[in-house]
Design a protein around this ligand. Structure first.
Ligand code: ATP
Length: 449
C-alpha cells in the first residue's frame, strides 16, 4: 500500500471542502487557513466531543470563554513577553528565516548548542547562515486610537491566560473546591518563524485547554489521570488508531523551567511522528506569578491543615487543527472496489461531517425523486446532517460520499416503489442491505455513535 503523503490530505481537503488556504484568491497568507463546509462540521464535532468529555461529563470542571486580548501585564506575569520565543537563524543573502532547532534537527532552544551544531552549515538555499538568536512569537496590536507604548497589547499566544485570571471568579461563583478544573476552547496566535506541514504549524490556531487545580500532594495522581484521559479520548472517543500514537517524555532541557513533568502524545503524521497533545505539571508557577504581578491573594485555605496554599496546576492542551489533521490522516484509506481504486475516509460516525446521504437511483424519474425526497426530509428531522445527493451516476455518488466519510448511503430504486424497501450501503465494507423505508432511522440510529 502506498504511504500516505501530506499532499494526499491537502488535495482531498481542497477538493472536498475541508480546508482552504486563507485569502486564496489573493495568493494566500502563510500560516493561515480557512475551514470549508466539511471542515467546519468535522472541527465542530471534535470540539463538541472534547467539551462533552472534558467539561460536561466531569463533575468538577467548568468552562470559560475568555477575551482574545487581555491586559498586557498578564503576559508579563506568564513569562511570555520575556521568554516566549524560538531560536531563529537567517539566510544572510536572501533573509529567509528558519527555526534553528529544526535546521539542526534537535529539540533544544539553547543558543550556544545550536550555534555549535549549525557552524559551517548552509541555509536550504545554499547560503551562509546568521548566528542563532531568540525570536519572540507574540503578535502585537494596539487598542484605542493612539498607537503608542501604553496602547500596545498582544493577541493571546495560548488560551490558558484567561483561565488563571478567572481562577477566583470561577472558584467563587461555582463554589468550587479543590480539585477542580477550568476549560476553554479558543483561538490563539503565534508568529511562527516557519509555518509548515499544512495545518500542523500555523500562526492562527485554536486550542482546547484544561487547567486542573489541585493540592500539591495530589500532583502525581492528577497528572497520570489527565495524561491517560487524553489518550483514552483519542482512541475511544475519536477512534484514532492506537498504533499511530506514542508517548514522548520531555527531558529536563525541553521542559519549561517551572514545569515539573511534561508528556506529549505524538501522532505519526505523514511527515513524521510529532507533538499532538501535551500534559504538563505546571507546579504553582502560574497562580504564584499572577498573585505577585496583580497583588491579589490567589491562595486557598487547605481545610485539612488549616494552612494557606497556592494550588498546583495540571494542564492538558491540544490544538484543534492538529487534531483535525490527525483524524483526517488516520481515517484516510485506499482500497479497491470492483477493481477500481477508491479513497475512503473511515471516520467514526460521531465525527463524520455527514451521517447519511440519500439518493434516488435516477434523478429524472419523478416517482423515485418524490419517494427519496420524503425519506430525506424524515431522516433530516432525526439526524440533522443528512445530505441529498443526486449528482452523476450512483457509482460516482458512492465515491464522493466515501471521500467525505459519510458512513451510510441510502438509495431509492424501482423496487422501492413496489415494496417500500431501500438499500443502505455501508461505507467501510461497501455491503448493502435492504430495509423498509420506515425502518431506516431505527436501523441506523445505533450505528451512528
Ligand atoms: P510546538 O513544540 O509544536 O511548537 P508547543 O510545545 O509550543 O508546540 P504548546 O504551547 O504546549 O505547544 O501548545 C499546546 C498545543 O497547541 C500543542 O500540543 C499543539 O497541539 C497546539 N499548537 C501549538 N502551537 C501550534 C501551532 N503553531 N500550530 C498549530 N497548533 C499548535
Amino acid at each position: 500500500m502506498t504511504k500516505l503523503q501530506i499532499e494526499d490530505i491537502v488535495s482531498l481537503s481542497k477538493r472536498r471542502g475541508f480546508v482552504f488556504q486563507a485569502s486564496e484568491i489573493y495568493g494566500g497568507l502563510s500560516g493561515f487557513y480557512d475551514y470549508g463546509p466539511l471542515g467546519v462540521e468535522l472541527v465542530n464535532n471534535i470540539k463538541q466531543l472534547w467539551w462533552e468529555h472534558f467539561v460536561q461529563r466531569q463533575d468538577n470542571v467548568f468552562g470559560v470563554d475568555g477575551a482574545t486580548i487581555q491586559h498586557p501585564e498578564l503576559w508579563r506575569a506568564s513569562g511570555h513577553l520575556s521568554g516566549f520565543s524560538d531560536p531563529m537563524v537567517e539566510d544572510t543573502l536572501n533573509h529567509k528565516r528558519y527555526r534553528a532547532d529544526q535546521l539542526a534537527g534537535v529539540d533544544t532552544t539553547d543558543l550556544k548548542e545550536l550555534a555549535l551544531l549549525l557552524k559551517g552549515k548552509k541555509s536550504p538555499d545554499g547560503n551562509p547562515l546568521s548566528e542563532p538568536r531568540q525570536f519572540n512569537l507574540m503578535m502585537q496590536t494596539w487598542v484605542g486610537s493612539v498607537e503608542d507604548e501604553a496602547a500596545k497589547v498582544y493577541l493571546r499566544p495560548e488560551t490558558a491566560g484567561a483561565i488563571f485570571t478567572n481562577f477566583l471568579n470561577v472558584k467563587e461563583t461555582m463554589r468550587a473546591k479543590l480539585p477542580f478544573g477550568i476549560a476553554q476552547i479558543g483561538k490563539a496566535f503565534r508568529n511562527e518563524i516557519s509555518p509548515r506541514d499544512f495545518i500542523f504549524r500555523v500562526r492562527e490556531l485554536e486550542q482546547m485547554e484544561l487547567q486542573y487545580f489541585i493540592y500539591p500532594d495530589d500532583q502525581q495522581e492528577a497528572y497520570e489521570q489527565w495524561r491517560q484521559f487524553a489518550w483514552h479520548f483519542l482512541v475511544d472517543i475519536l477512534g484514532v488508531n492506537e498504533t499511530s500514537l506514542s508517548w514522548h517524555k520531555h527531558s529536563q532541557k525541553e521542559r519549561a523551567h517551572y514545569a515539573k513533568a511534561a508528556h506529549d502524545i505524538y501522532f505519526d503524521f505523514p511527515f513524521g511522528a510529532k507533538e499532538l497533545w501535551g500534559t504538563h505539571n505546571r507546579s504553582d508557577f502560574d497562580l504564584s506569578s499572577h498573585a505577585k504581578f496583580s497583588n491579589k491573594d490567589l491562595s486557598i485555605l487547605d481545610e485539612s491543615s488549616g494552612q494557606k496554599t497556592i494550588p498546583y496546576v495540571i494542564e492538558s492542551s491540544v490544538g484543534v487543527g492538529r487534531l483535525l489533521l490527525t483524524v483526517l490522516s488516520d481515517a484516510f484509506s485506499r482500497d479497491k472496489v470492483g477493481g477500481e481504486e477508491r479513497i475512503v475516509l473511515k471516520l467514526k460516525p460521531s465525527v463524520a461531517p455527514y451521517k447519511i446521504a440519500v439518493s434516488p437511483l435516477l434523478k429524472n424519474k419523478p416517482e423515485l425523486v418524490t419517494f427519496a425526497r420524503k425519506l430525506y426530509e424524515e431522516l433530516k428531522q432525526e439526524f440533522l446532517m443528512v445530505l441529498w445527493d443526486d449528482n452523476g451516476n450512483i457509482g460516482k455518488r458512492y465515491r464522493r460520499q466515501d471521500e467525505i466519510g459519510t458512513p451510510f448511503c441510502i438509495t431509492v430504486d424501482f423496487d422501492s416503489l413496489k415494496d417500500r424497501s431501500v438499500t443502505i450501503r455501508d461505507r467501510d465494507t461497501t455491503k448493502q442491505i435492504r430495509v423498509r423505508a420506515d425502518n431506516v432511522a431505527s436501523t441506523l440510529k445505533p450505528r451512528l455513535h
